[in-house]
Design a binder for this molecule. Structure first.
Ligand SMILES: [Zn+2]
Length: 573
């Protein structure tokens, strides 16, 4: 029979235990107990070389003498009865009598069923694995409580299962109720117009907007609410409530005439929007409010470029719905992480845009249900076209395809033809890409808090990557990135080239999206310079302090090294 040999030390004394692999758990425990010369009620703790407590069981990992475990008798109690009684008193019930009862029941089942039923066997296995988890701390590494880099990338990451980022049922029901109450409100013409502007006038700040006293009057069955227009603005500043955002999304579907053109029932649209809301997670950046920002930008672009006169309503429906669904169930960890950590998503989609494929699949999961299928009254051909379009648009938001899509757009620009389906497809991809990264086209008061959220999400990821020993993306590393440095490069090399090409097709966009982005670039360049100067000053004063320490009292310092009259200039040859 196969035997396991476990090497360990007790009080510094080397010991070894040998037992058959299928030996009962109690025998293994007794073996260790006698090696430690411990009594029947003493508590034993076994530690692995990393210092983690491991379970004393037949499934102990065999080791070698130079990687031996450590056995400790951490508490000795000569008489278990008082302890048991104390525990029973503290817990309000007697553990040993419960254990006896359980054993009796187990025996009864065994007698009646003739063998241990599969379900009991499965439950026992779960209890064992739970006990193992309680006794070892290794599984906590992903919480950041325990640092272990030695495991490398060998373990599939548990992150995809992190449920805490999902919205709770209570949270959803609360928002749903509010939304349903509000959805019968009539949104005023002013708000409708305001929603159509892709960006807000940069000269107008929140106060000025309020001073304009443009008021929206929302009529509700019994009461009347008066909202200032600044609400839309504030909404983008992340303060507007989710239920209100859902009302605004509903307005977009109504005002683009999708409701009438595609015969979308109001309850179905509401259910669809609610499901979308529900499937965006509580994470710093890729949340429901980001979904709204992107959709509102897409909506604004549609109006500003007068796309309604250039493309048919199926295309417009594809674009708006893609924006709404484009980050569904984002977990806050990007594709690089998914792939490196070999998450469920990366395995499912073979490392090909795992996140975008997932967002899209979740969208069609929602649309598969009749009660939330806003396309349920469309013809089969229309549905097919819409599905193809949405997949294309959402998959285009993978930034690793940025150059590919931008180059395609550049190549068709000189002969762009709205009647050409391929041309329209590329334009739709460009429009969702622009909307997705359009925060910098918004006023600084809106854009900057969003950047903070994005950096927070990035830093969360890189911290985890460091803990798990995965490659860390430099632009996500809190030790390498500053706020301005993260933005200047991005605006210069990614955002601007994309926005400029779109403005080449629609010159009217220049003032709405290019100008504000230029201002943002200036702002961050200034910030970057200020930060550099501060760093230089700090380095100089640190150097000066060091030199002071090194220079002997009364010693003469070289004027060339401490920035004397010619200190800054290189010597002439
Ligand atoms: Zn996005």
């Amino acid at each position: 029979m196969e035997a396991k040999v476990i090497y360990f030390t007790v009080n510094g004394r080397p010991e070894q235990a040998e037992f058959p692999v299928n030996c009962p758990a109690q025998d293994v425990k007794d073996l260790f107990r006698s090696a430690a010369e411990a009594g029947p009620h003493d508590i034993l703790k076994l530690y692995n070389p990393k210092g983690n407590i491991i379970n004393i069981s037949p499934s102990l990992e065999p080791n070698s003498p130079n990687l031996c475990y450590k056995l400790e008798v951490v508490a000795a109690d000569c008489n278990s009865e008082p302890l048991g009684a104390e525990l029973a008193g503290a817990l309000g019930f007697d553990l040993s009598s419960m254990e006896k009862r359980l054993q009796g029941l187990e025996k009864k089942i065994l007698i009646e069923a003739g063998e241990t039923p599969a379900v009991v066997y499965e439950m026992k296995k779960q209890v064992d694995s739970f006990r193992e988890k309680l006794e070892s701390v290794e599984h906590l590494s992903w919480l950041g409580l325990f640092k272990d880099l030695s495991e490398g990338t060998l373990k599939p990451s548990p992150f995809y299962h992190k449920r805490t980022l999902r919205k709770t049922r209570e949270e959803c029901e609360h928002v749903r109720e509010k939304f349903l109450q509000m959805s019968s409100l009539e949104v005023s013409e002013e708000v409708r117009q305001y929603l159509k502007t892709p960006t807000f006038d940069n000269c107008v700040d929140v106060e000025t907007v309020s001073q304009l006293s443009l008021r929206i009057i929302l009529h509700y069955r019994r009461w009347m609410a008066v909202y200032s227009l600044s609400c839309v603005f504030v909404c983008l500043c992340r303060q507007w409530e989710d239920a209100e955002i859902m009302v605004l999304l509903q307005v977009m579907y109504t005002d683009l005439e999708f409701i009438t053109t595609f015969n979308i029932e109001p309850e179905v649209l509401q259910q669809f929007l609610f499901e979308v809301y529900r499937r965006y997670n509580n994470i710093p950046f890729h949340n429901f409010k980001h979904c709204f920002c992107v959709t509102q930008m897409m909506y604004g672009l549609i109006w500003l470029t007068d796309l309604r006169s250039k493309m048919d309503s199926v295309d417009l429906l594809i674009m708006l719905t893609s924006a709404v669904c484009h980050d569904l169930d984002h977990t806050g960890y990007n594709n690089a992480y998914q792939i490196n950590a070999r998450t469920e998503l990366a395995l499912r989609y073979n490392d090909i845009s795992p996140l975008e494929n997932h967002h899209c699949a979740v969208a069609f999961e929602i649309l598969e249900r009749t009660e939330s299928n806003v396309f349920r009254n469309l013809s089969l051909d229309q549905y097919k076209r819409i599905r193809e379009g949405i997949i294309k648009c959402i998959l285009a938001t993978d930034m690793s395809r940025h150059n590919e899509i931008l180059n395609k757009f550049k190549s068709i620009l000189p002969t762009f033809d709205f009647t050409n389906k391929d041309h329209r497809d590329v334009l739709m991809m460009i429009l969702i890409k622009v909307s997705d990264i359009s925060n910098e086209a918004r006023p600084m008061e809106v854009a900057e808090p969003w950047l903070d959220c994005l950096l927070q999400e990035f830093f969360n990821q890189s911290d985890v990557e460091k803990l798990e020993g995965l490659p860390v993306t430099p632009f996500m590393d809190r030790d390498k990135v500053t706020k301005p440095s993260s933005q200047t490069g991005f605006i210069r090399f990614v955002l601007m080239p994309l926005f400029i090409e779109l403005a080449n097709l629609f010159p009217c966009l220049e003032q709405h999206i290019i100008d504000p982005v230029r201002k943002a670039l200036d702002y961050y360049t200034e910030m970057e310079k200020a930060l550099e100067t501060e760093q230089q000053n700090r380095a100089q004063s640190e150097n000066a302090a060091k030199n002071k320490e090194v220079t002997p009292a009364g010693g003469r310092r070289d004027s060339r090294t401490d920035g004397g009259p010619d200190g800054g200039k290189p010597a002439a040859q």
